[in-house]
Design a protein around this ligand. Structure first.
Ligand code: ADP
Ligand code: MG
Length: 705
C-alpha cells in the first residue's frame, strides 16, 4: 500500500510461474517437454513432472512460500483449496527438507466428501482427485496466512466424473478447437494449428463501508439486503461528498491492480458503474480457462483488498433493491494460434464468407440451445436481477446491429447480399457477399447476446457466478453447429455453392433468435412468444434444460458431460436453490424478530410516553402522535402476521422430499412470503425514528463510502 510510483512492468506476473520464469529456470529439455505437453494436451511424464515440481518449489520458496495447494473450482461457486506444507518428515538430525514431487504437482487427493456431487458419489466414497491444468500457470498468493504456491487444477471423482467447472471447460475447449479447425481448413487455412476461445470478463461489484456491512446481518449471511427502504432521491448527492468517495475507492483500486498484476492478471479498465457505490473491473482477454481462473482471482482479490481498506466488496447480483444490480459480461471470440479472430468481419472476401458462416453457426447454436444458455446464467442471486429493467431479459436473443442485420435480411429475402449499409458499397470481388466495416453498428445494452465488433458479449451472467459454466455452454453449442456444417460441407462437390446455400438456409431457419430492439420493452416478451422463443423467468425453471434430450445429446457427442454428470449438476442446482432460499428466509425471520420488532416496540413506547406526557403537561392536542402510533402499530401487527406466514412456508418447503420439490416450494411459497413480509417492514423504516432503527439504511450504505 505504498505511495511510491508503481513499476508495473517489473511487478507484472512476479508471483506467477509463467512462461518466462519457466524458460529461465527449467532445463531446456524439460521446458520443451512441458511446452509440448501444454500444446498437445497430453499427460505430463513423471520425470518431467519431477523436474518441474522441484524448480517450481525452489521458485516458490524464494517468494516466501511455505505451503502449496491445489486450487480448484468445485460446484459451490467459489474456489477451494487444501494446504500442505512443503516440509517432509524430519531426518535423524532433526532437520526437515522442503520437498515437492512431480506426483504432488500433478495429482492431489483432497477429501471430496464435503463438496457437492449431486449423487454422483456416495458420501463414503470420499475420494476425489485434483489434476494440474498445466495450461493455467501456478502462482504464489500472499495473504495473512503467508505465501502459498497455488496450482490451478481440475477436480474429478475416483471414477473420473467431473466435480468442478474446470474439467468440462477444458473438454469444451477441446471440442470447439477441433471443430473450428475443421471449418477453417474448408476455407483453405492449412497453417493455423489451434483454435481457442478467447474470453474477457467484465466484473461488476459494490463497495460499502465494512462497519455498515457488519451491522447488516442480512448482508453478512446472504450477501444482499432482505429489507430496506429506498433513500430519498438525491439527498446525499453533493460534489464534495463524491470527492471523498473517489479518494477512498481510488486507493482501493490501486491496491487491487497491484495485487492482480503481480498475479499476472492484466486488470485494465476500471470505472464507476451506473449505481452509486458500484464499480467495474475488466482484464484484457485471455484463453477461456485462464480467463475463468483469473476471474476467480479477481473476485477473491477484490474482497481481500476491500477488507484491508475497511471496505466490503459485495459481489451479489442484487445487494440493494431499487438500485442497479451487478453482472458479469462474458466477451467471447475464437482465435487461432497465429492470431486470426474468426469473429472479425475482416477485409478480404474470402474471410467474409467464412465470417458469415461462423456468424450463422452462432445463430443456429444460440437458437437451438437458448434454454441451455439461459440455464448457464441462472443463479440464485441472479434471479433478483435478470428480467428487471436493468439487466438482460429472461429471453435469450442475439443482437447483430444494423449492418449485419441488413446483410442477413438480404440473404433471407433474395438469397444474396449485394451491399452493406454505412453508405459505401465495398467491392468484395464476390458478387453475393459484401465486405463490412467494423463499428458501423450501434450498441444495444439490453441484449443478452450481442455482437460487439469482433466478439460476442454474453451479458446475462451474474456477478457472483463462476463464468466457467457459461463458457462451457457457448463453446459446446458452437462446436456442434460447426460440426453439423462441416459434416455437410466436407462432402460437397461445389464448395462455393454449398456454402452459399448453407448460409441462406441457416439465416432463414434461425432469424427468429435475432432481436435488435429494446429488450426491456414489454412488447418484446409478446413478440418473443409469437416467435416461439422460450421465456424462462427463474433458476428453478431454467434447471431442467441441463438434462433435456438435446442437451444430453449435445454434451455426450463432444465428450463434455456424460448424462450422469448432467443429472448430478441438475440435482446440485436444485439443492443450492433450496439451501440459499432457506438461509435467506431464516435470516429474514431472525433479523425481523430480534432486531426490527423490538426496535419498533421501543418506538411505539416512546410515542405512547410522549402522548401521555403532552396530555399530562398541557392537556394538549395529541392527535398527530396518536395517528402515528396507530399507523406504526398496524404495520407492526401486519409484520407479525407476515412473519408467521413465512415461518409456515419455510417449514412446508423443508418438509418436501426431493431437492427439486423443495426448490419449487421455496420459489412458489417462501419467496412470495418474504416479499409480503418486506412490505410492512420497509414502510416502518420510513416511519420509525432513525435513531431507533437498528441498522444502517440504504442511504447510509450506498452513499457513505
Ligand atoms: P466494451 O466495449 O464492452 O467496453 P472493451 O473493449 O472494454 O468492451 O472490452 C471488454 C472486454 O472484452 C475486455 O475484457 C476485453 O479484453 C475483452 N475483449 C476485447 N476483444 C475481445 C475478443 N476478441 N475476444 C474476447 N474478449 C475480448
Ligand atoms: Mg461490456
Amino acid at each position: 500500500m505504498s505511495n511510491d510510483n508503481m513499476d508495473v512492468e517489473a511487478i507484472f506476473g512476479e508471483n506467477v510461474f509463467n512462461d518466462a520464469t519457466m524458460q529461465e529456470r527449467l532445463p531446456k529439455k524439460t521446458y520443451q517437454k512441458l511446452k509440448e505437453t501444454i500444446r498437445s494436451g497430453r499427460d505430463l511424464d513423471s520425470t518431467t513432472a519431477d523436474v518441474v515440481a522441484h524448480e517450481m518449489k525452489e521458485w516458490a520458496i524464494e517468494k516466501g512460500a511455505t505451503h502449496y495447494t491445489h486450487w480448484f473450482q468445485p460446484l459451490t461457486g467459489v474456489t477451494a483449496e487444501k494446504h500442505d506444507a512443503f516440509i517432509s518428515a524430519p531426518m535423524e538430525s532433526g532437520k526437515v527438507l522442503m520437498s515437492f514431487s512431480g506426483k504432488e504437482l500433478i495429482k492431489g487427493e483432497p477429501d471430496a466428501s464435503s463438496f457437492p456431487s449431486g449423487g454422483l458419489r456416495a458420501t463414503f466414497e470420499a475420494r476425489g482427485y485434483t489434476a494440474w491444468d498445466c495450461t493455467s500457470p501456478a502462482f504464489v498468493r500472499k495473504d495473512a496466512a503467508g505465501a502459498t504456491l497455488c496450482i490451478p487444477t481440475a477436480f474429478c471423482s475416483y471414477t473420473g466424473e467431473a466435480l468442478d467447472q474446470k474439467t468440462p471447460l477444458l473438454r469444451s475447449m477441446e471440442a470447439i478447437g477441433a471443430q473450428a479447425l475443421r471449418l477453417i481448413r474448408l476455407f483453405g487455412n492449412n497453417t493455423s494449428t489451434r483454435v481457442t476461445p478467447s474470453v474477457g470478463i467484465e466484473q461488476e461489484y459494490f463497495l460499502i463501508d465494512r462497519k455498515n456491512f457488519l451491522a447488516r446481518k442480512d448482508l453478512v449471511y446472504t450477501g444482499r439486503t432482505l429489507i430496506g427502504a429506498m433513500p430519498p432521491k438525491g439527498q446525499e448527492m453533493d460534489d464534495h461528498y463524491f470527492g471523498a468517495i473517489r479518494e477512498r475507492v481510488a486507493a482501493f483500486m490501486r491496491d487491487v491492480n497491484e495485487e492482480l498484476w503481480k498475479l499476472g492478471v492484466s486488470a485494465k479498465t476500471q470505472h464507476n458503474e451506473v449505481a452509486p457505490a458500484q464499480h467495474e473491473l475488466a482484464p484484457i482477454y485471455a484463453e477461456a480457462n485462464v480467463a475463468v481462473d483469473h476471474n476467480q482471482l479477481i473476485m477473491e482479490t477484490l474482497k481481500k483488498i476491500a477488507n484491508r481498506h475497511g471496505l466490503q466488496c459485495l459481489l451479489h447480483e442484487k445487494p440493494f433493491r431499487g438500485v442497479n444490480g451487478s453482472g458479469k459480461h462474458n466477451n467471447w471470440s475464437l482465435v487461432t494460434n497465429d492470431g486470426i479472430n474468426l469473429l472479425d468481419p475482416g477485409k478480404t472476401p474470402h474471410d467474409n464468407i467464412q465470417f458469415i458462416l461462423v456468424l450463422c453457426c452462432i445463430l443456429k447454436a444460440v437458437d437451438e440451445h437458448s434454454e441451455l444458455l439461459r440455464e448457464s446464467a441462472a443463479d440464485f442471486g441472479n434471479d433478483q436481477r435478470l428480467g428487471g429493467d436493468e439487466a438482460p431479459p429472461a429471453i435469450i436473443s442475439v443482437f447483430l446491429g444494423d449492418q449485419l442485420q441488413d446483410v442477413l435480411t438480404q440473404l433471407i429475402n433474395t438469397g444474396t447480399a449485394t451491399h452493406s449499409l454505412a453508405g459505401q458499397k465495398l467491392d468484395t470481388g464476390v458478387s453475393t457477399l459484401p465486405d463490412f466495416m467494423k463499428d458501423a453498428t450501434d450498441r444495444n445494452r439490453t441484449s443478452p447476446f450481442a455482437f460487439t465488433g469482433n466478439k460476442f458479449e454474453f451479458r446475462s451472467v451474474g456477478s457472483e457466478d463462476n463464468v466457467g459454466e457459461a463458457n462451457i455452454v457457448i463453446n459446446t453449442i458452437v462446436a456442434e453447429a460447426f460440426a453439423d456444417v462441416c459434416d455437410e460441407l466436407e462432402k460437397a462437390e461445389d464448395f462455393e455453392l454449398a456454402v452459399h446455400d448453407m448460409i441462406k438456409r441457416l439465416a432463414r431457419e434461425h432469424q427468429r433468435i435475432v432481436f435488435n430492439g429494446n429488450g426491456y420493452a414489454p412488447e418484446w416478451a409478446e413478440e418473443a412468444k409469437k416467435r416461439g422463443l422460450p421465456i424462462v423467468q427463474d433458476m428453478v425453471d431454467a434447471i431442467p434444460a441441463l438434462t433435456s434430450d438435446s442437451s444430453v445429446a449435445l454434451f455426450e457427442r463432444f465428450g463434455v458431460f456424460t448424462r450422469s454428470e448432467l443429472e448430478s449438476r441438475e440435482e446440485i442446482e436444485y439443492e443450492i436453490y433450496a439451501k440459499k432460499s432457506n438461509i435467506e428466509a431464516r435470516t429474514m425471520r431472525d433479523v425481523i424478530r430480534k432486531q426490527i420488532i423490538p426496535a419498533v416496540i421501543r418506538y411505539t413506547t416512546a410515542l405512547a410516553d410522549s402522548i401521555n406526557a403532552v396530555r399530562a403537561a398541557v392537556d394538549g392536542d395529541v392527535s398527530t402522535q396518536s395517528e402515528m402510533l396507530l399507523e406504526v402499530s398496524d404495520l407492526l401487527s401486519d409484520t407479525r402476521v407476515a412473519l408467521a406466514a413465512l415461518e409456515d412456508a419455510t417449514n412446508e418447503a423443508n418438509e418436501k422430499g426431493s431437492q427439486k420439490e423443495r426448490a419449487i416450494c421455496f420459489r412458489d411459497k417462501v419467496v412470495p412470503a418474504m416479499e409480503a413480509l418486506r412490505k410492512p417492514v420497509d414502510r416502518l423504516e420510513m416511519l420509525v425514528d432513525k435513531e431507533i432503527w437498528p441498522m444502517p439504511s440504504y442511504g447510509d450504505m450506498i452513499f457513505e463510502v
